[in-house]
Ligand binder design. Structure first.
Ligand code: ZN
Length: 1005
């Protein structure tokens, strides 16, 4: 037999495209349309519907960037269409090749009730089936003219990402406003041919199945009259029925399809637009659920449910009904799909607390999977947090984006830094926007690494980000793929159904220990520095506000601000979304984030100051309050006390114009270039700075990645760089017994930097305050600390502990981690001596090692990442002034690193009050056991909730003492639900903690 495959395949492609799909709507009449454009931001639905219209028609341009237009379409169903299926077709000017990321609409009835969304691949509104003929049609469309930020030529700088600079040029042209007859038989024929044609292309040429399908398609095309597709579609379908009825092989892979729309809570649009994106997509999905009985839809991010509840109650009512029916499934149990590298311990925990609590309160549902398809890497602290929140599974797809190393499993146990293991699945389909294409399904089967042991995987199916979610075409294809030879078996399932089956069939899956590092998007640890600092500052202010408000509530009857803290937490959690905190959103988003963080800081500072005023009492003594978890300058953790001024600092001039700073703990040499050429711990005489090197050396690299400007830094950035050693001025900035400091000023490019290096009495750290006036583009600024240390590994703080990363690049896995995340510290050590670099400002860093030819010693260099200047999606990223606070801690143990990390992020506060001071609400007698939160219970009972963890990576016994009469104590999960009694002895509780173990206690007064 001659091989005519390519001929039949090409015939299918052309006939489908040029004859069959155009026959979907064989008859149409134009609708009459009018438009009104809101003068500024979006308006309420009633206002939009009532506004006066001016005529508009297909072909007309509309929609300035970020504008909102209200369209009204009206018409009459022709009498001769009686008995047929009639739809309105509204093409706002969509580009179907880009589902999402462009204009969108939400259709309303005249009474303001929502019908469904309009999206690039979802342009229909069902009017009647069957139609009676003569129906009057009147619909309103709230149309958003969101500009396309990321085009066919992605990553080109654009001013469209900010309302003020986006201009007023109409972005779209109306293409079609029609009433039309939908031919349901042709609709089914299209799906038959798509499913079979796409399946055929994936099957082995050597197998009979491929040829069976080819011949059936050929017969179907022969049966079709191309001049009259509508009359012959049924005949064509009957030629395909046989091959569509052949069941799947017994060994066929099992694919759990989950209706899904990955809607980024902000990204290439502002937060306010996400509210509407979610409303449109959920309106679509609740409508689809009514039409398709087998379909199941899943939505994550409690924040998105909360938005529709607040802003689109009419849509939310439909969501609530579908959730109650078990077909619209809240997933993930987090407030948003957050970044997981940068959120601090408590914030990561509160993502689950607020997410799960919302689903429980609103729907009575507690889901057990963490749902993070798109997050840029997963910190080693996360498994313990997931488990402590009462969940047990994790889904993500993102690690498949890694540039270098292929992850060895799709289903496995992920073990975090404390040993907690979470059953984890990476969908082998490698997308969270599956559209039921044959090649996607075949890729899932071929790619699945756990074949032979497991047979289930998941396929999040639907267009996200304004694509409108799952389409009826995807549902139609899935129905054909339930049991079809050559294809995996496809079922619509809830995530929990998938996980239960996957876990049951795979009792001993492989184990991956430690972080899930994404070998991509490493610059998200640095881009948009103000957003990152806003997060860091907010997290620590929240700690202080809870601690002092709880202490003041118990000690002084201070009204605990439950509602305020709940609201502020949710704001901070929202901004940890995986395109906000990572700095990968448009300018609009980051400008708003900066303002929001400023408001958060002001409100929290007000709460803190009010609580401290209530605590300080009457008197004229200046009290120092210590919110850090360890005693500092004589003030216990969580206490306030009067302290004498420190003394013992001195400064002397060096011959080269530099200075020697000393405080009895450290002696620091700043040379005539303003660089730290020596930092000696006096007690041991050990030098931290590598011979011949200089610490706090600013280094500037070119930084123009191949793609994803705000997200990526590519390894070649290190090939070139400049040491910023040029000096404008070097001067003494402080010279008192309490503190000595020098100030260094430098200029480079179009920018300048002022650094203040300070030694404070009684402190074993050299503080480095850096003010940068930054006007570079596509550059990366780092501060280097070359240390005289020989070590294979170093520690980085993450949630509730720290993880170790190698300092070498033996394998591609280590080499790929050339930029990594730390929270408050990195720590490097030889067995008897180490150094920490602590920070209140940054997350990104790198560590490298070299051997010195002179003395064969090892120099291990820590570099903290200060600033970048990518030009996409925000063309002016990070321009302007910035302030950073770091410190070098020579002689630091891990315990010192933990302690100094907290201290630098939680400066002492002062208030005037009674000389008696304020005793702590709760104390722990062991430094390794750190109080990460002290607060009143969220349920308003007045119980004190404390969360603590073992911070050194060792076993710890500790005694927790309540500073108030204790009537009971219970262990809890993160949601403060009791899990067991804690058996207090008088007002103390004995604790035994595993390395990095996290414990939550509820103490009843
Ligand atoms: Zn995303």
């Amino acid at each position: 037999m001659h091989d005519d495959r390519s001929l039949v395949e090409a015939r299918l492609k052309r006939v489908l495209e040029e004859r069959i799909r155009p026959a979907l709507y064989p008859e149409s009449v134009p609708l009459t349309a009018g438009i009104w454009t809101a003068p500024d931001e979006p308006v309420p639905v009633a206002e939009g519907i009532a506004a006066p219209r001016t005529p508009i028609a297909a072909g007309d341009r509309w929609g300035a960037p970020w504008g909102t237009s209200w369209l009204t379409v009206s018409g009459t169903v022709p009498a001769e269409w009686a008995g047929r299926t009639v739809e309105a077709l509204i093409d706002l000017g969509f580009d179907a090749n880009m589902p999402g990321f462009q204009c969108e609409g939400l259709v309303y009835r005249p009474d303001g009730s929502p019908v469904k969304g309009l999206n690039p691949r979802n342009q229909w509104v069902r009017i009647a089936s069957p139609a009676a003929g003569g129906e009057q049609v009147l619909l309103h469309v709230e149309a958003a003219s969101n500009p396309v930020i990321m085009d066919y030529h992605p990553f080109v700088p654009t001013e469209l990402g900010e309302r003020a600079t986006a201009g007023s040029e109409p972005q779209y042209r109306l293409v079609r406003l029609d009433l039309a007859v939908l031919d349901l038989t042709v609709h089914e024929l299209v799906l038959d041919l798509e499913v079979l044609g796409e399946l055929m292309a994936e099957l082995p040429v050597e197998g009979a199945r491929r040829w069976d399908i080819l011949r059936a398609i050929e017969r179907a095309l022969d049966a079709l009259d191309l001049q009259d597709v509508n009359s012959t579609a049924a005949a064509a379908r009957s030629e395909l029925a046989g091959v569509l009825a052949v069941p799947a092989e017994p060994s066929a892979h099992r694919l759990s399809a989950v209706g899904h729309a990955h809607i980024d809570s902000a990204w290439l649009w502002p937060l306010r637009e996400t509210v509407r994106k979610v409303a449109r997509t959920t309106a679509n999905m609740t409508a689809l659920l009514e039409d398709e009985p087998d379909f199941v839809y899943t939505m994550s991010q409690a924040q998105q449910f909360a938005w529709i509840k607040e802003h689109r109650p009419e849509v939310y009512a439909r969501v609530k009904k579908a959730v109650a029916e078990g077909r619209f499934v809240p997933a993930g149990g987090m407030w948003v799909e957050s970044d997981t590298n940068m959120p601090g311990s408590e914030a990561m925990a509160r993502q689950f607390v607020h997410g799960k609590r919302f689903f429980l309160d609103e729907f009575g549902i507690e889901n057990e999977e963490a749902w993070l398809p798109d997050t840029f890497g997963f910190a080693a602290g996360l498994p313990q947090i997931i488990k402590a929140a009462g969940s047990k599974w994790l889904l993500t797809q993102k690690i498949s984006w890694s540039q270098v190393n292929k992850f060895p499993h799709h289903t496995f146990l992920w073990e975090g830094l404390d040993g907690t293991r979470i059953f984890t699945h990476f969908p082998p389909i490698d997308t969270y926007n599956c559209s039921m294409l044959g090649r996607e399904l075949a890729h899932a089967v071929r790619n699945f690494k756990d074949k032979g042991r497991a047979s289930h995987s998941i396929a999040p199916t639907g267009w996200g980000d304004g694509g409108g979610g799952t389409t009826r075409e995807m549902v139609g294809k899935a129905a054909r793929l339930r049991d079809l030879e050559g294809s995996p078996r496809v079922r619509w399932e809830r995530p929990a159904e998938f996980f239960a089956k996957a876990e049951a069939e795979y009792p001993a899956p492989p184990v991956w220990v430690g972080e899930l590092y994404l070998e991509l998007h490493r610059a998200t640890l640095t881009s948009q520095a103000r957003t990152k600092q806003g997060n860091r500052r907010s997290e620590h202010l929240l700690r202080e506000a809870e601690l002092w408000a709880a202490t003041a509530a118990v000690r002084a009857g201070f009204p605990y601000p439950h509602a305020e803290l709940d609201r502020i937490w949710k704001t901070v959690l929202l901004h940890q979304f995986h395109d906000i905190l990572p700095g990968s959103s448009i300018a609009w988003v980051h400008r708003e984030a900066e303002a929001t963080y400023a408001a958060v800081a002001a409100e929290l500072t007000g709460i803190i100051e009010a609580a401290l005023a209530a605590l300080a009492g009457e008197g004229s003594t200046e009290l120092v309050f210590n919110a850090a978890p360890h005693t500092r300058t004589g003030v216990p953790a969580g206490a306030g006390a009067a302290v004498p001024a420190g003394a013992g600092c001195s400064v002397t001039a060096r011959e080269d114009g530099g200075f020697r700073l000393a405080n009895g703990l450290l002696t620091v040499e700043v040379d005539g270039r303003g660089l730290v050429v020596s930092a000696v711990e006096d007690a041991t005489g050990r030098e931290a700075v590598a011979p011949g090197a200089a610490a706090n050396l600013l280094q500037l690299h070119p930084d123009f990645p191949n793609m994803w400007d705000a997200w990526d830094v590519d390894q070649f950035y290190r090939n070139t760089g400049t040491d910023l050693t040029g000096l404008d001025t070097l001067e003494l900035a402080a010279d008192s017994p309490g503190a000595v400091a020098v100030r260094v000023t430098r200029s480079f490019g179009s920018s300048s930097v002022v650094q203040t290096l300070t030694l404070t009495a009684g402190s074993g750290r050299l503080d480095l305050d850096t003010e940068v006036d930054w006007h570079e583009t596509e550059k990366f600024l780092k501060a280097a600390f070359p240390l005289d240390l020989h070590t294979e590994r170093y520690a980085s703080e993450t949630q509730y502990g720290h993880l170790y990363r190698p300092t070498h690049t033996n394998t591609s896995w280590e080499a790929a981690k050339f930029e990594a995340c730390n929270h408050r510290f990195v720590h490097l050590a030889e067995p008897d001596w180490g150094v920490a670099v602590v920070t209140a400002s940054t997350y990104g860093h790198d560590v490298t090692r070299t051997v010195r030819p002179e003395d064969h010693g090892t120099t291990t260099t820590v570099r903290v990442s200060l600033l970048r200047a990518p030009r996409f999606p925000d063309p002016h990223t990070d321009q302007g002034t910035h302030h950073f606070h770091h410190a070098l801690v020579p002689g630091a143990t891990v315990a010192d690193a933990v302690r100094e990390g907290y201290r630098i992020n939680l400066p002492e506060r002062r208030a005037v009050g009674s000389a008696e001071g304020v005793a702590p609400l709760v104390t722990v007698d062991q430094d390794a056991v750190v109080l990460s939160a002290v607060k009143l219970a969220d349920d308003g009972s007045g119980d004190v909730v404390v969360r603590l963890y073992e911070a050194h990576g060792a076993r710890a016994r500790a005694r927790l003492s309540a500073g108030f009469p204790l009537t009971g104590a219970q262990y809890c999960d993160l949601l403060e639900r009791p899990t067991g009694p804690a058996d207090p002895d008088a007002s103390t509780i004995e604790l035994h903690l595993r390395p990095f173990e996290l414990v939550t206690l509820r103490l009843t007064r």
